[in-house]
Design a protein around this ligand. Structure first.
Ligand code: GPK
Length: 812
């Protein structure tokens, strides 16, 4: 028996009886309890372990096959992962759902009871973190050898509670009761340095010794990432900060100075304590930078360790390794790899630079100038003195290259430098990321184009071939199959098989069914049943959803102006034939983003006001379920009729909620922004409600001196809505929001108001024709196949990573 193949393992249950036996042995031997005394938690843990074993067995075979083929690896570096709940996914991906349902019944529980105990690890903020989760899912589904690296934050994204006072934040201790999906790997622990100073190495110009002033340990654990419909199981490796033994001060402890004794250890472990620590203070910002370096340092050492298992020297490193930087958060990996190669492994600078540039690729996720990270030089100097020296050298050589191409163009040098000089010296992480990588991509066609034309235009002029587009995508398994089982069954029936789950373009086969009235009726009945399940409003009302982070550029405030207008129209004419609507908002605001929190507070106030109004409430309801996360998204998306994608054009890089909603048959009302453009191009202009300025018109409007008051004065309904806010009937918060719109309106809300209202009238007219609406809904699903993350990964694999799959042999 070849133990290295990892297949000489105990056979796992393939029948209900065998599965039940496995479950029982986990209950007895791992939980130490019995059927009679098992709690729901015992049953949940035992079930999770039983399911996990199925994936672990595939994981062992995957590792063996990948190791044997010594392939080119994709390493995905991301500060965030929003993986979503694991039990239901893993039941599906391991094909054990039916066995498990039977087996737990015998223990006296239902699968649904146990799924309720499955906590989602909220290790991300929003779209960027969920994208990382969709991409690793598709990497495994496409059999691509890959590891995702991240941080195992003790506290994930805060738990949000909504009251009439707006949002309050509570800590999310997600792993409080343990996490059955995780494998600790303390043997692969790494040592990370911070602070200190550098010393020259005699006889060398480029090499230096870094003597750190603080040492922290990084301990990994991994979560399994199974592919769907294949054998591959990849991993996401998450690092926890641990204090070294030396940091505990025994003599102080003995002297009764308990807090002081653990002070250093606490400081070390704070690095992975919370996702996105508040960065409104200097200490908070330093902690963020520490997190970034912690992730990078641990991950790069692990990548080098893995490389050395099968390879020697450095000549093939860049052929065997591609490291994708998920935004700029892990960009310190560029100087860190240089430091490892030059200082520690004595690779000459030029060669090290060639290897580094070939190894990395960078995905940018924004166009907002304030979201492009920069760090003060003095903070870098203190925390990462050696990295700053390396960045200076990289910058000097880079600026020499620019000077050679554009002699005498000093303004260009100033614009492109990795170091910003005014008003304060700062390191521009996006510039470092462009300079130190082989490929740079945006996340939707328009976004990639605007990156080339605006924020990164100088770089695109220098290296046009470096810039690419890879349009985002989403997992059809999680966001259709698992979240919308009714629709999935109907799709499978309509297409004849479930091959669409691995080849989403096959949804196009639904097109012919859009004209079949009995299919349409079933489609519509499913939407209704999903609304009944969601239970937020009348299932026959138009369910109008805006689910995403709160940010002024996304313009939840525009949606509110629409709500206020509807409120006033209904009050003025209660007897008219109104289309009943349930307007659902969900999403979190950054705790220190006061304007966004004001908008949440205003929604809560208006919702209560409408609820209490007997004239309006039969036709209009505003709901705000709290704590939007992956699990809640999975409940809302299948029930949505209308998908609000109303950002100011040119601001939303892509959006991915827009894709999930279209896939589930919600019709989009949206601007020509991000991936909306590509959705509209595919589903057809007749099946999309378009409004507003495009990105060029918006830029023009700003440049020509945009005046929100101009719109306020000329549009009676807009003025009435704004005056209602100003009157104070929705409290001070209403006044504040109105004030900021009238005074400046950064995102041209008033400028797009009339066009948005007209488009909403078109929505209502269409909604009244149920057959027509349902046909449009079916066509949205039918033509959204492009938005599978499997396609996104195929694009990255072909154009950026140049990697090939490694098949994992089946067991029997
Ligand atoms: C972009 F810059 C950022 C960020 O810090 N966090 C984040 O979630 C989002 N994003 C974009 O706003 C979305 O348009 C995009 O679809 C998503 O990243 C994934 O690319």
């Amino acid at each position: 028996m070849d133990l290295r193949q990892g297949i000489g393992l105990r056979k796992l249950g393939k029948t209900t009886d065998e599965f039940q036996q496995d479950l029982l042995s986990n209950l007895y031997y791992r939980r130490g309890t019995t059927v009679e005394s098992a709690s729901a938690r015992d049953a949940y843990e035992a079930l999770s372990q039983t399911v996990r074993d199925h994936l672990a067995e595939r994981r062992a075979r995957t590792a063996a096959a990948q190791f044997a083929s010594n392939p080119r690896w994709v390493y995905y570096l991301s500060a965030e992962y929003l993986l979503g709940a694991q039990l239901e996914q893993n039941l599906l991906y391991s094909g054990t759902g039916d066995l498990a349902a039977e087996a737990v019944k015998a223990l006296g529980f239902s699968l649904e009871d146990l799924e309720d105990l499955d906590v989602e690890p909220g290790l991300g903020n929003g779209g960027l973190g969920r994208l990382a989760a969709c991409l690793v899912d598709s990497l495994a589904t496409r059999d691509i050898p890959a590891v995702g690296y991240g941080i195992r934050y003790d506290l994930g994204i805060f738990r949000q509670v909504i009251t009439e006072n707006g949002q309050t934040e509570l800590p999310d201790d997600w792993a409080f009761q343990g996490n059955p999906w995780e494998f600790p790997a303390p043997d692969d622990r790494q040592t990370v340095g911070f602070y200190g100073h550098t010393e020259p190495i005699p006889g060398s110009e480029t090499r230096k010794t870094w003597v750190p002033g603080e040492i922290v340990l990084g301990e990994p654990s991994h979560m399994l990432v199974p592919g769907y419909g294949t054998e591959t199981v990849n991993i996401v490796r998450l690092w926890s900060a641990k204090a070294s033994e030396a940091s505990f001060d025994l003599s102080r402890f003995s002297a009764g100075q308990y807090a002081e004794a653990v002070q250093e250890a606490v400081r070390a472990e704070n690095i992975s304590k919370v996702l996105y620590p508040d960065d409104s203070t200097e200490l908070g910002r330093e902690l963020r930078l520490k997190q970034q370096y912690f992730l990078v340092s641990c991950s790069l050492r692990d990548i080098v360790r893995r490389f050395r298992l099968r390879n020697e020297g450095w000549d093939t490193f860049a052929d065997k390794t591609v490291i994708q930087l998920n935004d700029t958060h892990p960009t310190i990996a560029i100087p860190e790899l240089m430091r490892l190669l030059v200082d520690e492994y004595e690779v000459p600078w030029e060669k090290a630079w060639e290897i580094t540039r070939k190894t990395f690729a960078y995905t940018c996720h924004t166009l907002l100038p304030e979201a492009l990270e920069t760090w003060p030089v003095r903070m870098f100097e203190k925390l990462l003195p050696r990295h700053l020296e390396i960045i200076y050298l990289i910058n000097m050589l880079f600026l020499r290259e620019v000077e050679a191409r554009f002699p005498g163009d000093h303004d260009r040098l100033r614009r492109m430098s990795i170091i910003q000089e005014e008003p304060e010296r700062r390191v521009r992480m996006a510039h470092l990321a462009v300079v130190g990588t082989e490929a740079v991509n945006g996340v939707a066609e328009l976004h990639s184009k605007l990156l080339r034309e605006t924020v990164l235009d100088d770089f695109a002029a220098l290296w046009p071939a470096k810039f690419q587009n890879v349009t985002n995508g989403v997992s059809p398994r999680r966001f259709v199959k698992l979240s919308n089982p009714r629709l999935s069954d109907l799709i499978t029936e309509g297409l004849g098989d479930d091959g669409w789950l691995r080849d989403l373009e096959r949804l196009a086969g639904l097109e012919r069914l859009a004209d079949d009235s009995s299919f349409r009726e079933r489609w519509q009945a499913i939407k209704r049943a999903n609304k009944v399940d969601l239970a937020v409003g009348d299932p026959d009302s138009l369910t109008d959803v805006m689910i995403k982070r709160f940010h002024e550029y996304k313009r939840q405030q525009l949606k509110l102006l629409h709500v206020i207008t509807l409120y006033q129209r209904i009050r003025q004419n209660p007897a008219a034939d109104w289309v009943p609507r349930t307007v659902l908002f969900a999403g979190k605001a950054a705790p220190a983003y006061h304007a966004a929190k004001d908008i949440i507070r205003l929604i809560a106030t208006i919702a209560a006001r409408i609820e209490a109004d007997p004239v309006v409430s039969p036709y209009l309801k505003v709901v705000f379920p709290s704590n939007y996360n992956v699990t809640l998204a999975e409940r809302i998306i299948p029930a949505a009729d209308l998908s609000e994608q109303i950002s100011l054009a040119g601001k939303e890089a892509s959006g991915t909620g827009n894709m999930k909603l279209a896939l589930n048959g919600a019709i989009t009302i949206g601007t020509l922004d991000g991936a909306n453009i590509e959705i509209r191009a595919r589903v057809g202009e007749d099946n999309f409600f378009l409004f507003g300025m495009d990105a060029y018109e918006a830029a023009q409007a700003r440049a020509n001196g945009y005046h929100p008051r101009h719109y306020y004065e000329r549009d009676d309904e807009l003025r009435a809505a704004m005056d209602t806010l100003i009157s104070g009937i929705f409290g001070d918060v209403g006044r504040r929001v109105a004030g900021s719109l009238l005074d400046w309106d950064e995102y041209l809300t008033l400028g797009d108001f009339r066009s948005y209202l007209e488009s909403q009238e078109h929505v209502e007219k269409t909604w009244r024709d149920t057959a027509r609406w349902t046909r449009m809904s079916i066509l949205n699903t039918a033509h959204s196949g492009f938005f599978s993350a499997d396609r996104t990964v195929a694009d990255y694999a072909a154009r950026i990573w140049r990697v090939a799959p490694v098949a994992v042999p089946r067991l029997d």
